[in-house]
Ligand binder design. Sequence first.
Ligand code: SAM
Length: 351
Amino acid sequence: MEGKKCMSKLRSGLSRIRKGMREASAGFSALRAGPGTGAAPASTEELRSPTEELRSPTEESRSPTEESRSVTSAGYWTQHNVTQHRRFATAEESLAYFQWRCDQYQPYLDLLPVAGHDGKVVLDYGCGPGHDLVGFAHYSNPARLIGMDVSPSSLDEARLRLGVHNLEAEYELVDENNARISLDDESVDYVHSSGVLHHVPDPVAVLREFRRVLRPGGEIRVMIYNYDSLWLHLYTAYVVRLEEGRYADLPICEAFRHLTDGPHCPISNVYRPAEFLSLATEAGLAGEHLGNALAMHELSLLPKRFAAVLDERFPREHRHFLLDLTFDERGHPFWQGERAGVDGCFRLWRS
Ligand SMILES: C[S@@+](CC[C@H](N)C(=O)[O-])C[C@H]1O[C@@H](n2cnc3c(N)ncnc32)[C@H](O)[C@@H]1O
């Protein structure tokens, strides 16, 4: 089945991406120099993202694959971020945005809670412009709150956003070519990493670092993109490939990569829960799949499932995924007992 080949295909794709990243190291310096110096354009042409604000999909003018290869992860994420570099004038505005964004993914906050971490050392790995840092600092009272990211601009924006709340955290720039986390062994109580590990070249290396810095008895919560989702089986496989005729010749996981965090995002992988848990095992971690959060975008597309199933061109794998959906009393779709949402959420601990 096409999906089963995704992991090996992604692994072989990684060496190609790494090669492209090395070749493009000069491009990163250009990106840091500012707009108009070789940077990818701002994200007005990008598609909807599972983790970004929902925006209208439009056609992009250049080849996404070529563009992706010319930019490092750090370069890309310096130019693009989940708030689109939004500045918040007041704590009320920032908090209202925090609540609005969490509401777009149901039930994200139950699966990756920011409350209940009083007195803990909390690491938000891949914190971006500080969305969840605001949550941890506002709804908990951690002993230490540390935000790490490859994007200097996002770290700056995180610092500014927490400053608007008069809240503090520590900020650390991560080197995308070195998974080492600059914290002591067994020094962290709670590692949170939301929407990050599917963007890194070697997730097992990062998970090993999570294990190293985690205190015995500590906990890791991770969100990564879920293969068993409407984002993949309805949005990618039907709406984009068949209705819109885009990315139709690419393998499904490669098409998905262009449809999450912008068409030029250099790495955006997607995992079945068992695939992700086996990566955690490789890193010396035990874990459980807590469930998936559904994006409102996925819910809004649900009526299209009938047209998809009726379409003879629609591949059997995706047709059966849609035919097998069940629904709860709120109208949330489930597949094999799990919400059919794109945000796969996991709890991990030292085995
Ligand atoms: C989709 S954003 C999620 C941001 C934030 N966690 C949130 O939910 O708002 C992905 C983040 O991962 C960061 N990232 C990408 N590669 C990384 C790496 N190798 N190490 C750490 N962070 C990375 C990006 O800079 C970006 O901020």
